[in-house]
Design a protein around this ligand. Structure first.
Ligand SMILES: [Zn+2]
Length: 401
């Protein structure tokens, strides 16, 4: 059996997509000019959230609909979609908007863990770009922080070298690392929804958080005491480490300007990027040498899909619609083809890929493209699909031989 079931793969990031579609569905009116930078003023906004809890959020307004609906960004980087009906009060403070400091964000994450009913005490590890709030002990949290930082540096170095200028995250990047799968399921159910609990970890586009659990934890295992212990325990589960890397890559992509949260980023592209970077590098203490290596489990899936033509998604379908990622019977093909397409484009046509990424970067928030627009945009950079379809299958199926 495949190490990742198609259902689980579909669920892994479905939190992200569903949240976006929900917001898009409510954005029925024309928003203000999306090219304008967000207003830098701090606003204190009171509203009833989707669970009818009254909240007052210190935020900046990213978008304002003609009917008074708001897209807010909190000081922790969380996005809130507030309809006119939910809105209660809006207080212009006159102060400038500032993200929470790493220390403040750590306190907030600890409060959230406690509010979600988790009794284990938290520890917060702050690194240069991340805030890791963990119930898995300091050693594991530090190990995560160091892995995330190495990935951060490699991710930015890759794009600089490719000629795509990214920015540093404006917000400290939040990660919640629970001590085991049970706590993770409890947190995920309340933070997102029950089916998020079945995933092996995820990035939440609305809250900007990655939620993970200690991969070394088992029913009879003692907590790892050193980074060496962690590495030894993880050598047997490299696919699970790939999941961590995958989710952190999503977070880096959405916080560096590679993608924009709540814009219509094609799913094959966001998932393809996460899979392009997900091959773990546990051997190096400083660098990260595995970016762009052939992703063996995805290649295996891709070859199997190629051998089963009825499972293969036509390239046009993959580009035009995200629906296949949410269907259990199509998710494996959708993920493996997205990896293969991204791998092919970055390995053989990187300059074109960068041009295409720049056009996707300009997409406004909360506006969905039509399937035809998506296809047109893709073809205007990469040409007709017939030639490409032949070339990418040939190139990818030759890999690893
Ligand atoms: Zn993903």
């Amino acid at each position: 059996m495949s190490r990742y079931k198609s259902g689980a793969v579909g669920l892994r990031t479905s939190c992200l997509l569903v949240a976006v579609l929900t917001v898009m569905a409510t954005a029925t009116l024309v928003f203000s000019n999306d090219d304008d930078p967000p207003p830098p003023r701090l606003q204190r906004v009171t509203f009833n959230d989707s669970k009818s809890v009254t909240r007052t959020i210190e935020s900046r307004v990213l978008l304002e609909a003609q009917d008074g609906g708001l897209l807010l960004e909190g000081r922790d980087g969380r996005l809130w979609n507030v309809t006119p009906k939910q809105l209660q009060n809006r207080d212009e403070t006159g102060d400038s908007f500032q993200p929470l400091s790493a220390e403040q964000l750590g306190e907030q994450l600890s409060r959230e863990v406690a509010e979600f009913g988790i009794k284990t005490s938290t520890q917060v590890v702050v690194t240069k770009h991340f805030v890791v709030c963990s119930t898995a002990g300091r050693v594991y949290a530090e190990w995560c922080g160091s892995l995330f930082e190495r990935l951060h540096d490699a991710f930015h170095a890759y794009w600089t070298e490719a000629g795509l200028e990214l920015r540093e995250s404006e917000f400290p990047l939040p990660a919640v690392v629970l001590k085991d799968r049970t706590e993770f399921a409890e947190f995920a159910t309340k933070h997102d929804r029950p089916d998020a609990a079945q995933a092996p970890g995820y990035f939440s586009e609305p809250t900007n958080r990655i939620i993970l659990f200690d991969l070394t934890a088992g029913p009879n295992s003692t907590p790892a005491k050193t980074a060496g212990d962690i590495r030894r325990k993880l050598e047997a589960s490299s696919f699970n480490v790939a999941t961590m890397v995958h989710e952190v890559t999503h977070q880096l992509a959405f916080n560096s300007g590679l993608h924009t949260r709540y814009a219509d980023n094609p799913r094959w592209l966001t998932e393809g990027m996460a899979m392009f970077f997900e091959v773990p590098d546990l051997d190096s203490r400083t660098g990260w040498k595995t970016i762009g290596r052939v992703n063996a489990p995805r290649l295996k899936d891709f070859r199997e899909t190629l051998r089963t033509p009825r499972e293969m998604l036509p390239l046009a379908d993959l580009i035009q619609s995200d629906a296949s990622f949410l269907k259990a019977e199509q998710a494996r093909a959708a993920y493996s083809e997205s990896w293969a397409l991204t791998f092919f484009l970055l390995k053989t046509r990187r300059d074109d890929a960068v041009t295409y990424l720049k056009s996707v970067q300009r997409k406004p928030r909360l506006i969905a493209d039509s399937p035809d627009d998506r296809l047109r945009e893709f073809q205007s950079t990469f040409g007709e699909l017939d030639t490409l379809d032949r070339d990418w299958k040939k190139f990818v199926s030759r890999q690893g031989k």
